[in-house]
Design a protein around this ligand. Structure first.
Ligand code: NAD
Length: 480
């Protein structure tokens, strides 16, 4: 198909209307640029708003209500077993999504950002085709996101779901197998466990959420070990066979070298299988070579600190430029790309990008981890405050948490932070600010935290680092 490219160029075309793309488009419009935002789906918001962060948080909110109601039975307050009306649950989740996506459409309109729906493909260095319509541009921002990875041996069967399928909540399966003990797998496990499924998890690595410090994962691992049917670490799935009575799954335990041992858990039958084994970037299907943009073998597009690809007037942001694949990284990169295009001298230079698993308990971490410090030979001290000593955690009936700081022994600068416990995802924001501001541990220790809150645990961890803490007893250091 030959596409006639119009002579009129738009200032900026943004490919993809996820959190990175719509933020870039809106910032560019606010800076006075003419913007076209191209989105293949009917609704704006990308994976995050439509089939990711937001609907999962709506379901996790309900899961939390169930868990708290169950726990309160042991504290003198009983509600009885939860009755789940799946239509009502879906309606609650969909209402949140609809309000946000319609809000985005309204925000685009008010800014005069032109939204074009269809699949965008580059046809030249300054030209795109969107379903037969040509768009010529001065600058482009690629914000095409990522998609769920799959496993080659899975049967084509509706009972095998990815995260999008699982969020549709087709039913509450009696037996659910989650393949992949990363953030997506564990968040969806939290939802289905609360709804009443018997959940099993199979994870290839030797711990859940590989990459997160093991001490932070421990309270979650302990809680779900009691609730879930099984957690198989260092194990892979070797086959899934669809039969009338369920999905027949066989496993293989990995040896330390990574090869299969032929051993492992007995084969089992599940009513549904959720595959959550990571995400792959959407860099390969954009016709990027027509524009001269390099895409690596994985589908990632490399960029510099100003989000520029190898083609100076084409930028890329979000999941398609690399890990971590997180919405809040994408939005900040989107702002940088828009501002650079408008002539501002800025770059993406975040000191800390927080990661959060919205599990029960939540796990959040930012900056340096102990795992990475050891790999890279970075000197550090840890200072941890156990939530069992937090008045608020005890009053909440949830002392299963910990807050720790990593501190530079020489400069006392805060290098990283990790929090496990209810609401950890909100609490980590203070540590992000501390890292961005170059805080030393004493800055956090001397900041007056409101009592009684879980936020105090960060202040107490800093007091542990400074050895000024009074809420726990630290044995005196021996004189040498
Ligand atoms: P992930 O990479 O975080 O986890 C996938 C897990 O699957 C890993 O632990 C991996 O070891 C395991 N795995 C891989 N192959 C396997 C196999 N064959 N058998 C068993 N286990 C296997 O990926 P994810 O959880 O799918 O999430 C994808 C991306 O989306 C991540 O970058 C994540 O950060 C992001 N995300 C973030 C949030 C959040 O911020 N709360 C929520 C959802 C997703």
């Amino acid at each position: 198909m030959r596409v006639e490219v119009p002579d009129d160029r738009v200032g900026v075309v943004v490919l993809g209307a996820g959190p990175g793309g719509y933020t870039a488009a809106f910032r560019a419009a606010d800076l006075g640029l003419e913007v076209v935002l191209v989105e293949r789906y009917e609704r704006l918001g990308g994976v995050c708003l439509n089939v990711g962060c937001i609907p999962s948080k709506a379901l996790l909110h309900l899961a939390k209500v169930v868990a708290e109601a169950e726990a309160s039975a042991g504290h003198g307050l009983s509600f009885g077993a939860a009755e789940v009306d799946l239509d009502g649950v879906r309606a609650f989740k969909d209402a949140a999504v609809t309000q946000l996506t319609e809000g985005l459409a309204g925000l685009a309109k008010r800014r005069k950002v032109k939204v074009v729906h269809g699949e965008a493909r580059f046809t030249g260095p300054n030209a795109l085709d969107v379903g037969g319509t040509a768009i010529a541009f001065d600058h482009a921002i690629i914000a095409s996101g990522s998609h769920a990875s799959t496993l080659p041996f899975l049967p084509d069967d509706a009972r095998v779901m990815d995260s999008t399928g699982a969020l549709e909540l087709p039913d509450v399966p009696g037996r659910l197998l989650v393949i992949g003990g990363g953030i997506i797998g564990l968040e969806m496990a939290t939802v289905y466990d609360a709804m009443g499924s018997q959940v099993s998890i199979v994870e290839l690595a030797d711990q859940l959420i590989p990459g997160c410090d093991p001490d932070l994962v421990k309270p979650l691992a302990a809680r779900i070990a009691e609730r879930y049917a099984a957690i198989h670490l260092e194990t892979s799935v070797t086959a899934v066979e669809a039969q009338d009575d369920g999905l027949h799954v066989t496993f293989d335990t990995r040896s330390p070298s990574g090869s299969g041992t032929g051993g492992g858990p007995d084969p089992s039958v599940f009513d549904r299988v959720l595959v959550a084994v990571g995400r792959r970037p959407n860099g390969a299907d954009l016709g990027a070579d027509a524009a001269g943009v390099e895409v690596d073998e994985w589908g990632f597009i490399r960029v510099d600190a100003q989000q520029r690809t190898n083609v100076p007037h084409i930028f890329a942001i979000g999941d398609v430029v690399g890990e971590p694949m997180l919405a809040h990284k994408a939005t900040h990169e989107g702002v940088v790309a828009a501002e650079v295009i408008s002539g501002l001298d800025v770059c993406f230079d975040a000191k800390a990008i927080p990661s959060v698993a919205y599990t029960d308990p939540e796990i959040a971490w930012t900056g340096l981890t102990e795992t990475r410090a050891r790999q890279e030979g970075v000197e550090y001290e840890t200072a941890a405050f156990p939530w069992a000593a937090s008045g608020r955690a005890l009053a909440n009936g949830r002392p299963d948490g910990t807050t720790k700081l990593l501190v530079d022994p020489a400069t006392r600068r805060v290098l990283g932070a990790g929090i496990t416990g209810t609401g950890a995802g909100d609490l980590i924001a203070e540590a992000v600010l501390a890292l961005e501001m170059g805080a030393v541990a004493e800055d956090i220790a001397l900041a007056v935290h409101p009592h009684p809150t879980l936020s105090e645990t960060l202040g107490f961890a800093a007091e542990v680092a400074e050895r000024t803490v009074t809420d726990i007893f630290l044995p005196r250091r021996r004189k040498t």
